[in-house]
Design a protein around this ligand. Structure first.
Ligand SMILES: [Zn+2]
Length: 173
């Protein structure tokens, strides 16, 4: 988008978020030419992306599936229905904010895992064990060790650069 100050043809998007009503995306832009910062609002269609499954099939995004996945993972855990609903809304929003027509089911899975990782360790491991289809117990143990390391007092592998609270995105699409 053209810079309104210096008319340079390009500007960089530094932040995008969905507006409160969910019908506009607010973008903060930065002009590398003159350093001017400005905001644009883009209307969005309130449609969720189609979900592309591992085998290539497309399915509509169904919020209820997110809720049931989270509910299963959080069974008998101190997680309220309200919290689960709020998390499902957050995931739904994230998918809308991408503004793309399709999203890989893997990416939704990763978003769910990140959410659960921050919420409840047991729910996270439960979900991860089903979602990642651990091939053997060793793989499962490695994941557990990682989780303990990121939550423990000692920084993992002596490096402080790694952001705690986020699972590695080890995709296997
Ligand atoms: Zn400019």
């Amino acid at each position: 988008m053209q810079c309104p100050m210096c008319r340079a043809p390009d500007s960089r998007v530094v932040d995008s978020r969905l507006g409160k009503d969910g019908d506009a995306i607010r973008r903060r832009r930065h002009c590398d030419g003159c350093g001017h910062r400005f905001t644009t609002y883009e209307r969005v269609e309130l449609t969720l992306p189609m979900v592309v499954k591992k085998d290539g099939r497309r399915q509509p995004f169904v919020r209820a599936k997110i809720v049931s996945g989270l509910t299963r993972a959080c069974e008998k855990r101190p997680v309220s229905t309200d919290t689960i609903e709020a998390l499902a809304t957050r995931i739904e929003r994230q998918m809308m904010e991408r503004g793309e027509s399709e999203v890989a089911s893997r990416e939704i899975g990763e978003a769910l895992m990140a959410t659960l990782h921050d919420l409840d360790a047991v729910a996270y491991v439960r979900f991860a064990s089903v979602y990642r289809e651990f091939r053997d117990v060793h793989e499962f143990m490695r994941e557990l060790e990682d989780l303990i390391a990121t939550r423990g007092s000692t920084p993992p592998r002596g490096k402080s650069g790694r952001s705690a609270g986020r699972p590695r995105s080890r995709s296997r699409a």
